[in-house]
Design a protein. Structure first.
Length: 231
């Protein structure tokens, strides 16, 4: 059977919602075909037009991965991190019972691991809460995500390589404690934020995940085109 590729990336669009600390992106037409056809490229019988798009955005908008330096002074920038961090075996945990602004704790992960039927051992762990389908593209999506407790982040750090969530952050937006980010900083792990379509991976067992960052010099993170590949 042919492999199935599932796109886990949120479409990047002009003025889309962003994390509460960050500006929204600007993504607009730059040069149009009418503009470029007037430049005289090609031949009179076969003019060559074209179009370009202007993009101005932070490296933490839409589907993205954090670099170590994002939360740790002196940590590795995104271009310094090894590429094998961003690809490999993965599993999706079903956390759709967690409400908006809820906490995902160790017990929730233990039960979800059993339900998934995959013993987490060096996996990339994706966490499905249903947030994206409930709220995107409204602004509520950036004010409603659940958070991962400090204890659960340690649980993930003991077993997994990287984890990823729906919504703009692994931490709840209704306070500034950032337990997941602080534990990730201390344990030397990172995470993906603002994945989507994770419902399609629930119950699928182990699969391949790929989410490579752009090679942004000194980047604190990067947009990614995250995909899952199922046999």
């Amino acid at each position: 059977m042919a492999r199935v590729i599932i796109d886990l990336s949120v479409p990047l669009s002009n003025n889309m919602p962003a994390h509460k600390f960050f500006p929204r992106p600007v993504i607009l037409p730059h040069f149009t075909h009418d503009d470029m056809e007037s430049w005289g490229n090609g031949t009179p019988e076969d003019p060559l037009g074209g179009c370009t798009t202007f993009i101005a955005m932070m490296d933490h908008v839409g589907t993205h991965v954090d670099s170590f330096c994002h939360v740790k002074r002196g940590g590795a920038t995104i271009d310094q991190m090894p590429l094998d961090m961003f690809t490999g075996k993965a599993v999706c945990l079903d956390m759709r019972h967690i409400p908006d602004l809820g906490d995902m704790d160790v017990k929730d992960f233990e039960e979800a691991e059993k339900k998934a039927g995959v013993k987490i051992d060096g996996h990339i762990v994706l966490i499905c809460t249903g947030l994206h389908k409930r709220h995107f593209p409204t602004d509520k999506v950036v004010w409603s995500n659940a958070g991962i407790t400090a204890e659960a982040t340690h649980w993930l750090a003991d077993r997994s390589r990287v984890h990823g969530v729906e919504g703009p952050s692994t931490d709840r937006p209704d306070h500034n404690l950032f337990p997941n980010h602080r534990v990730c900083r201390d344990r030397g792990i990172t995470h993906y934020e603002w994945l989507c379509n994770l419902e399609e991976l629930v119950g699928k067992g182990e699969f391949e995940f790929h989410g490579f960052p752009l090679r942004i010099c000194n980047g604190s993170g990067s947009p990614v085109r995250a995909v899952a590949m199922l046999d």
